[in-house]
Design a protein around this ligand. Structure first.
Ligand code: TYD
Length: 143
Protein backbone atom coordinates (compact mmCIF):
# COMPACT_ATOMS: atom_id res chain seq x y z
CA UNK A 1 0.00 0.00 0.00
CA UNK A 2 1.46 3.33 -1.06
CA UNK A 3 1.96 5.76 1.80
CA UNK A 4 -0.24 8.81 1.58
CA UNK A 5 1.47 12.13 2.13
CA UNK A 6 -0.16 14.44 4.65
CA UNK A 7 -3.21 16.20 3.28
CA UNK A 8 -5.78 17.75 5.60
CA UNK A 9 -8.66 16.35 3.52
CA UNK A 10 -7.28 12.86 2.74
CA UNK A 11 -6.43 10.13 5.22
CA UNK A 12 -5.59 6.46 4.96
CA UNK A 13 -7.21 4.63 7.88
CA UNK A 14 -6.02 1.22 9.04
CA UNK A 15 -9.03 -0.70 10.40
CA UNK A 16 -8.66 -3.42 13.04
CA UNK A 17 -7.91 -6.94 11.77
CA UNK A 18 -8.62 -10.07 13.80
CA UNK A 19 -6.27 -12.61 12.27
CA UNK A 20 -7.60 -16.13 12.40
CA UNK A 21 -6.72 -19.44 10.75
CA UNK A 22 -10.37 -19.54 9.65
CA UNK A 23 -9.96 -16.22 7.83
CA UNK A 24 -9.41 -12.60 8.82
CA UNK A 25 -12.08 -10.27 10.16
CA UNK A 26 -12.10 -6.47 10.06
CA UNK A 27 -14.69 -4.14 11.53
CA UNK A 28 -15.58 -0.47 11.25
CA UNK A 29 -17.62 1.41 13.83
CA UNK A 30 -18.96 4.88 13.05
CA UNK A 31 -17.50 7.61 15.30
CA UNK A 32 -14.95 5.05 16.56
CA UNK A 33 -12.81 4.04 13.57
CA UNK A 34 -14.17 6.88 11.46
CA UNK A 35 -14.60 10.44 12.78
CA UNK A 36 -18.26 10.47 11.69
CA UNK A 37 -21.44 8.50 12.01
CA UNK A 38 -22.11 6.24 9.01
CA UNK A 39 -25.48 7.25 7.51
CA UNK A 40 -25.16 5.41 4.19
CA UNK A 41 -23.26 2.48 2.70
CA UNK A 42 -23.03 1.84 -1.02
CA UNK A 43 -20.87 -0.38 -3.16
CA UNK A 44 -19.73 -0.67 -6.74
CA UNK A 45 -19.40 -4.15 -8.21
CA UNK A 46 -19.53 -5.88 -11.60
CA UNK A 47 -17.50 -2.92 -12.88
CA UNK A 48 -16.43 -3.74 -16.44
CA UNK A 49 -12.73 -3.57 -17.25
CA UNK A 50 -11.79 -0.07 -18.44
CA UNK A 51 -14.76 1.64 -16.78
CA UNK A 52 -14.45 4.89 -14.82
CA UNK A 53 -16.62 5.91 -11.86
CA UNK A 54 -16.93 8.98 -9.69
CA UNK A 55 -15.92 12.28 -11.34
CA UNK A 56 -17.45 14.53 -8.73
CA UNK A 57 -16.79 16.30 -5.42
CA UNK A 58 -19.03 16.63 -2.38
CA UNK A 59 -20.03 19.82 -0.61
CA UNK A 60 -20.72 18.31 2.85
CA UNK A 61 -20.39 14.53 2.71
CA UNK A 62 -17.39 12.69 4.13
CA UNK A 63 -16.70 9.38 2.41
CA UNK A 64 -14.36 6.49 3.12
CA UNK A 65 -13.54 4.12 0.28
CA UNK A 66 -12.55 0.50 0.93
CA UNK A 67 -11.39 -2.08 -1.64
CA UNK A 68 -13.49 -4.89 -0.14
CA UNK A 69 -12.37 -7.24 -2.93
CA UNK A 70 -9.86 -6.89 -5.75
CA UNK A 71 -8.28 -3.55 -6.47
CA UNK A 72 -8.82 -0.19 -8.15
CA UNK A 73 -7.32 3.29 -8.28
CA UNK A 74 -8.75 6.45 -6.74
CA UNK A 75 -7.53 9.71 -8.25
CA UNK A 76 -7.94 12.60 -5.83
CA UNK A 77 -7.68 16.23 -6.83
CA UNK A 78 -7.84 19.23 -4.48
CA UNK A 79 -7.94 21.70 -7.39
CA UNK A 80 -4.18 22.25 -7.23
CA UNK A 81 -2.72 18.77 -7.22
CA UNK A 82 -3.83 15.30 -8.35
CA UNK A 83 -2.71 12.03 -6.77
CA UNK A 84 -3.49 8.42 -7.70
CA UNK A 85 -3.95 5.90 -4.88
CA UNK A 86 -4.07 2.16 -5.51
CA UNK A 87 -6.39 0.38 -3.05
CA UNK A 88 -6.02 -3.39 -2.81
CA UNK A 89 -6.50 -4.43 0.85
CA UNK A 90 -9.84 -4.52 2.71
CA UNK A 91 -8.41 -3.35 6.06
CA UNK A 92 -7.58 0.09 4.67
CA UNK A 93 -10.00 2.96 4.11
CA UNK A 94 -9.27 6.10 2.14
CA UNK A 95 -11.15 8.90 3.92
CA UNK A 96 -12.01 11.88 1.73
CA UNK A 97 -13.39 15.12 3.12
CA UNK A 98 -15.64 17.49 1.16
CA UNK A 99 -13.99 19.64 -1.50
CA UNK A 100 -11.95 16.88 -3.17
CA UNK A 101 -12.66 15.78 -6.74
CA UNK A 102 -12.49 11.98 -7.05
CA UNK A 103 -12.36 9.57 -9.97
CA UNK A 104 -12.03 5.78 -9.83
CA UNK A 105 -10.54 3.57 -12.52
CA UNK A 106 -8.32 0.52 -13.09
CA UNK A 107 -10.87 -1.86 -11.49
CA UNK A 108 -9.65 -5.46 -11.34
CA UNK A 109 -12.08 -8.24 -12.17
CA UNK A 110 -14.43 -9.15 -9.29
CA UNK A 111 -13.51 -5.99 -7.39
CA UNK A 112 -15.92 -4.49 -4.87
CA UNK A 113 -15.63 -0.82 -3.88
CA UNK A 114 -17.35 -0.12 -0.57
CA UNK A 115 -18.14 3.49 0.37
CA UNK A 116 -19.08 4.60 3.91
CA UNK A 117 -20.75 8.00 3.76
CA UNK A 118 -21.51 10.52 6.52
CA UNK A 119 -24.76 11.67 4.85
CA UNK A 120 -27.73 10.15 3.07
CA UNK A 121 -27.87 10.50 -0.71
CA UNK A 122 -28.59 14.06 -1.81
CA UNK A 123 -27.90 15.10 -5.39
CA UNK A 124 -27.58 18.73 -4.19
CA UNK A 125 -24.45 17.73 -2.28
CA UNK A 126 -22.63 16.85 -5.55
CA UNK A 127 -20.44 19.03 -7.77
CA UNK A 128 -20.33 17.08 -11.03
CA UNK A 129 -18.89 19.79 -13.25
CA UNK A 130 -15.08 20.11 -13.06
CA UNK A 131 -15.07 23.82 -13.93
CA UNK A 132 -17.58 24.47 -11.13
CA UNK A 133 -15.37 22.44 -8.78
CA UNK A 134 -12.32 24.60 -9.62
CA UNK A 135 -14.42 27.74 -9.10
CA UNK A 136 -15.56 26.46 -5.67
CA UNK A 137 -11.94 25.76 -4.65
CA UNK A 138 -10.92 29.28 -5.72
CA UNK A 139 -13.86 30.78 -3.80
CA UNK A 140 -13.10 28.86 -0.57
CA UNK A 141 -9.38 29.76 -0.73
CA UNK A 142 -10.35 33.46 -0.70
CA UNK A 143 -12.40 33.07 2.51
P1 TYD B 1 -22.98 8.19 -9.44
O1 TYD B 1 -22.80 9.27 -8.42
O2 TYD B 1 -22.84 8.57 -10.88
O3 TYD B 1 -21.98 6.97 -9.13
P2 TYD B 1 -20.37 6.99 -9.02
O4 TYD B 1 -19.97 8.36 -8.61
O5 TYD B 1 -20.07 5.99 -7.98
O6 TYD B 1 -19.80 6.59 -10.34
O7 TYD B 1 -24.39 7.52 -9.18
C1 TYD B 1 -25.03 6.70 -10.13
C2 TYD B 1 -26.52 6.78 -9.90
O8 TYD B 1 -26.87 6.20 -8.64
C3 TYD B 1 -27.05 8.20 -9.88
O9 TYD B 1 -28.28 8.22 -10.60
C4 TYD B 1 -27.33 8.48 -8.43
C5 TYD B 1 -27.63 7.11 -7.86
N1 TYD B 1 -27.23 6.95 -6.45
C6 TYD B 1 -28.22 6.80 -5.49
O10 TYD B 1 -29.43 6.80 -5.78
N2 TYD B 1 -27.86 6.64 -4.18
C7 TYD B 1 -26.55 6.65 -3.80
O11 TYD B 1 -26.25 6.50 -2.58
C8 TYD B 1 -25.54 6.82 -4.80
C9 TYD B 1 -24.08 6.85 -4.44
C10 TYD B 1 -25.94 6.97 -6.12
Amino acid sequence: MKQIPEHPKIKLINFPVIHDRRGNLSFIEGEEHLPYDIKRVYYLYDVPSGANRGAHAHINTEETIVALAGSFDVILDDGLEKKRYHLNRPQFGLKISPGIWRELDNFSSCSVCLVLASEKYDEDDYIRNYKKFLASVKKSSKK
